[in-house]
Design a protein around this ligand. Structure first.
Ligand code: SAM
Length: 234
């Protein structure tokens, strides 16, 4: 049986490429995102009562990896990238139907010029990801105190992040509305976004990511991320 789903909107996030997006929601709490509803779903009645909830489930389409298909076994980065695990025993993006689910904090919602949007915090989604459904998080049913989290039982260890004098100077003029870019970069890099196969330290290796319209460059020295450049992209 084939089932059709309809995109209800898209989410806009600081994450302009897949690399360095946190691997689960809630790990980068300063990241703000905005779900902008498509015109067919821009009726505020769709959201009536939503402010009674602090958190929401976003269901979405892993649109950037969808074309790559799936296989029964995947290699989770959390297991070092070599150990194979059944795709249904992981949260891999390479899965049948390419459906993702993330719990995010609800910040507020707006209805302006006939456009409905919802601001959320802490998502792990690429900018432009199609949203296919939204549901409230219900603590009594969704929070399970004694649940066992398999290979991902605990949040990953955090890495230290430092800024060179030059990067700190660039950050003084790097403004993003309602977001502290220094905090956002620190939270993202503390997750150690390096692919598992590159996590052997090489102090000459430079890494780069784009957050909003800033290109951020860093190196890993003595197990610490050293940000040396934060440049605005025009
Ligand atoms: N929390 C979700 C889940 O469990 O279904 C996503 C988990 S998945 C491991 C998170 C990763 O998906 C991010 O680190 C990013 O690399 C990737 N990702 C986010 N949005 C995506 C998109 N639209 N298409 C493809 N990959 C995406």
């Amino acid at each position: 049986m084939s089932i059709q789903v309809t995109e209800i909107g898209k989410i806009h996030t600081p994450y302009k490429q897949k690399f360095a997006i946190p691997r689960q929601p809630g790990l980068v709490p300063s990241a703000l995102g905005k779900v902008v509803f498509n015109s067919d779903f821009s009726d505020p009645n769709y959201l009536r009562g939503i402010e009674e909830f602090s958190h929401l489930w976003l269901l979405f389409h892993f649109h950037q990896t969808a074309e790559k298909g799936h296989s029964p076994l995947v290699r989770p980065p959390r297991l070092g990238g070599n150990t194979k695990q059944g795709v249904f025993a992981t949260r891999s993006t390479f899965r049948p139907n390419n459906i993702g689910m993330s719990v995010v904090e609800l910040v507020d919602w707006q209805h302006k010029n006939k456009q409905l949007s919802l601001t959320v915090r802490g998502m792990d989604l690429l900018d432009g990801t199609p949203i296919i459904d939204i549901k409230p998080y219900i603590p009594y049913a969704d929070k399970i105190d004694n649940a066992i989290g398999g290979f991902a039982h605990q949040a990953p260890k955090l890495m230290e992040v430092d800024f060179t004098y030059d990067a700190a100077k660039q950050l003084l003029n790097a403004n993003v509305q309602s977001v502290n870019l220094t905090t956002l970069i620190t939270e993202v890099l503390s997750q150690d976004p390096r692919p598992a196969y590159q996590s052997t330290e090489n102090p000459d290796k430079q890494y780069g990511m784009t957050l909003y319209n800033f290109n951020i460059q860093w190196r890993v020295v003595e197990n610490k991320n050293i940000v040396f450049s934060v440049e605005k992209i025009n």
